[in-house]
Design a protein around this ligand. Sequence first.
Ligand SMILES: Cc1cc2nc3c(=O)[nH]c(=O)nc-3n(C[C@H](O)[C@H](O)[C@H](O)COP(=O)(O)OP(=O)(O)OC[C@H]3O[C@@H](n4cnc5c(N)ncnc54)[C@H](O)[C@@H]3O)c2cc1C
Length: 417
Amino acid sequence: MISDPPPGATAISTAATIVIVGAGQAGGWAARTLRSEGFAGRLVLIGDEAHPPYERPPLSKAVLAGEAAPASTWLHKPEAFEALRMEWWVDTRVARIDRGAKCLEMSDGERLSYDKLILCTGGKARVLAVPGADTTPSHTLRTIGDALSLAPELQPGRSIVIVGGGWIGLEVAATARRKGADVTVVEAQSRLCERTVPPEISEHLLGLHGAHGTRVMLGARITGIAQGADGKSVVTLADGSTLACHAIVAGVGLVPNDALARDAGLACDGGVIVDRSCRTSDPDIFAAGDVAVAPNPWAGRRLRLESWQNAQDQGIAAARAALGLAVDYAPLPWFWSDQYGMNLQICGIPLPSHRVVARGTPCEDSFLLCYLDGDVVQAAIGANAARDLRFARRLIEQRRQVDPDRLADLGVPMAKQ
Ligand SMILES: Cc1cc2nc3c(=O)[nH]c(=O)nc-3n(C[C@H](O)[C@H](O)[C@H](O)COP(=O)(O)OP(=O)(O)OC[C@H]3O[C@@H](n4cnc5c(N)ncnc54)[C@H](O)[C@@H]3O)c2cc1C
């Protein structure tokens, strides 16, 4: 929640310079918010990609499938981007933060002073770290360029091995199957998306992918990759077996881009640590999006969220905080994934200790699972149940007691719980 400015909050001077590092979704929202909140000073957005701020979810879905143009992902229409009257330093990499001098140094040596700095540097796709990885071509999926380079592989007659059965791996698998490629997913854990969903959802995902002809290998660790004889690549597994394929995709997680912050001596722990006003351990530096690790009251600990919703909302919150407005950012985690026409949404943090109350069953096309602590809904997961999930979200936010029997009764609409 973002509250109104406290009485007497000092407005930031129009002579001030605010610099945003990272022209992704969080950075784009921070820029937009600074202007919409009335900041009239110098605003500089620095990004090391060749594109204006864009949203990444379509990269594993419509853009990867060739059904949407890369420019459709841009966060701002060109006129709206122009209207922000900011300097956009495109294809520019910030190499160092000199906190003493309140100055940034670019990789080409150029320097830029700031009064307030917002770090929205996101993360990079983790690459495979097995023998042969440095000599065998493989794909990751984080940028528009990554999606455009992988897309031609997704067609009948091509075989793809996806390493990692997490969200990116599974969405690539679904898109690849839809485009007619032969797909194998190799997952080291004993179930899919093990880090983020309970076993019943992993089972549902396994069934869904199996039903669409994706081969899923669980508990399978890769030990090496290599180039084969016939232009194919070869993936070797820990049990000695091998998989030949036309393309390897690594969907093995994200490494937060926090090196800039770490080198500048900011507190970091698997990302840049911020407080609930998005402020780092330096009062003039803020962070938002995939790179930020923030206290989360819903989790009772610090969390780094990798989600579209958080990139937007925390970007907005960090911009407001940089302007001196009162901010208390305490997001209820929310994430969605689209696979084979199934829209899965996860709200809150389901825990093994929760009691599961089901509306529908996970073997059906549409269901909602609510995760209760006592009689209070703490989390919900819905498949093709966006409307019900919105009501579940409200129950979670209101921490309202429910009657579990009524909750399970499909005859009682979620709106009446
Ligand atoms: C393929 C894919 C599919 C996704 N699907 C979903 C989904 O279905 N649902 C969902 O909720 N979320 C999804 N996400 C997650 C969501 O897109 C991210 O959480 C979001 O993009 C994070 O935004 P960000 O601005 O923090 O980081 P990013 O979008 O990564 O932006 C950071 C930018 O900073 C730049 N940068 C880094 N360091 C520097 C530097 N030193 N100098 C200059 N620039 C720098 C980077 O190059 C990058 O352009 C998906 C992500 C991907 C990759």
